[in-house]
Ligand binder design. Structure first.
Ligand SMILES: *Cc1c(COP(=O)(O)O)cnc(C)c1O
Length: 386
């Protein structure tokens, strides 16, 4: 049995600056939505090449997706086209608006929504398309936007994996009508829990802001900071989806780590690519010139017919060697809820189902030391090298 410390999947990269800022926030006594959230929004928008007040911080990417769908006017009776190879939140938020997700299978190489199939999924009820930039690789947005233009659809980009990604030079999340980001612990940057929305149209972003705080016209910061009298009006039936200053305190410093952290992940990624191309597994596809990959997930596909070992056994043997492996994702039609409610079957999206049954994600945290990366490389060789 292995004695080295366990290498967990998805370890966040937190520094002393984050700790000090959280402590300062606690000492300052303003924990909720306030000046640090406003600063985090402005700095995130600037990172995306946008002016201040172009981004709204929320409690999660799930909240960001839900509010974007609502702002896009998606509701009961509508359909939203999305990918089957994603986290359940993508589909759940569509269902929560009263609309129905329509799955468009993925491209076997890129693992992104297959842009050649989107228009075949469009019906008279289709209101929006919700692509996910899987693993941090941008979708072919020219094609997505062309279909959306032809059919008058809103485009909501799920950028949970893709903070740093660019498509033809433009930051992802600014290409469609809405861009939704996650700061969950395992994502490229974290606020513990948290999310961000970008919206192309100012009035839609204003609605998202309102809807993230009960549908009130003024937020609590404005109500209680100065000499507010609590003169707010409720103009919409909103949610409690705001971010807190305690979370933004972490995010402000995480943003400053983005480029360095991606550089480190690029080193690890290149090491993996060089080490694994000799093994009987499928590596991530090469990235074309017109894309910058955010390098969120490094996935291998373990096919028992080639590898002589099944995916689940791979994960168990890696765990025995002290290495935590992720799965992204069991395809949506494999989950019982969608089978029962929507009648989905794994065979409906054969490419995503096949990937979901074979895919493993290796640790890719910028926190990994060279020794840890060596251990991971050796373990994958030991398990798959035969
Ligand atoms: C993580 C994730 C989400 C949800 O993000 P939260 O911030 O945890 O709500 C949505 N979509 C994808 C593709 C994700 O990976």
């Amino acid at each position: 049995m292995n004695r080295d410390p366990f290498i967990a999947f998805g370890v966040p990269d937190l520094g002393e600056e984050e700790i000090q800022e959280v402590v300062a926030t606690l000492r300052g006594g303003w924990l909720g939505k306030g000046p640090r959230v406003t600063a985090f929004e402005a700095q995130f928008a600037a990172y995306k090449g946008l002016g201040p007040e172009r981004a709204a911080a929320v409690s999660s990417c799930t909240a960001a997706l839900h509010l974007s769908l609502i702002a896009a006017g998606v509701g009961p009776g509508d359909e939203v086209i999305t990918t089957p190879l994603t986290f359940c939140a993508t589909a759940n938020t569509i269902l929560q608006t009263g609309a129905v997700p329509v799955l468009c299978d993925v491209d076997p190489e890129t693992m992104n929504i297959d842009v050649r199939n989107i228009s075949a999924c469009v019906t008279a009820r289709t209101k929006a398309v919700l692509p996910v930039h899987f693993a941090g690789r941008p979708c072919e947005m020219d094609e997505v936007l062309a279909v959306a233009r032809d059919h008058g659809l809103a485009v909501i980009e799920d950028c949970a994996h893709a903070i740093e990604a660019r498509y033809r030079g433009a930051p992802v999340g600014t290409l469609g009508d809405f861009g939704c980001f996650s700061f969950y612990v395992t994502k490229n940057i974290t606020t513990g829990e948290g999310g961000m929305v970008l919206a192309r149209r100012a009035e839609q972003l204003a609605r998202i802001r309102r809807m993230s705080l009960h549908g009130m016209t003024q937020d609590a910061w404005q109500r209680y900071a100065g000499r507010g009298f609590g003169q707010y009006d409720v103009v919409d039936c909103g949610f409690k989806y705001n971010m807190m200053d305690l979370q933004a305190a972490i995010g402000l410093h995480q943003l400053r780590r983005l480029d360095k952290a991606r550089e480190r992940r690029q080193e690890i990624w290149s090491r993996y690519q060089a080490a694994f191309h000799v093994l009987p597994v499928t590596l991530p596809a090469p990235v074309p010139q017109h894309m910058l990959h955010a390098l969120h997930l490094y996935t291998l596909r373990v096919d028992e017919r080639d590898s002589r070992i099944g995916r689940d056994e791979f994960i168990e043997r890696m765990a025995d060697l002290g290495i935590g492996i992720g799965i992204h994702y069991k395809a949506l039609p494999e989950h019982s809820y969608y089978q029962q409610r929507l009648g989905w079957r794994p065979g409906d999206t054969p490419v995503a189902t096949s990937i979901g049954r074979r895919s493993v994600s290796l640790p890719l945290s910028p926190r990994l030391t060279d020794e840890a990366v060596d251990r991971i490389v050796s373990a994958v060789h030991a398990v798959l090298g035969g």
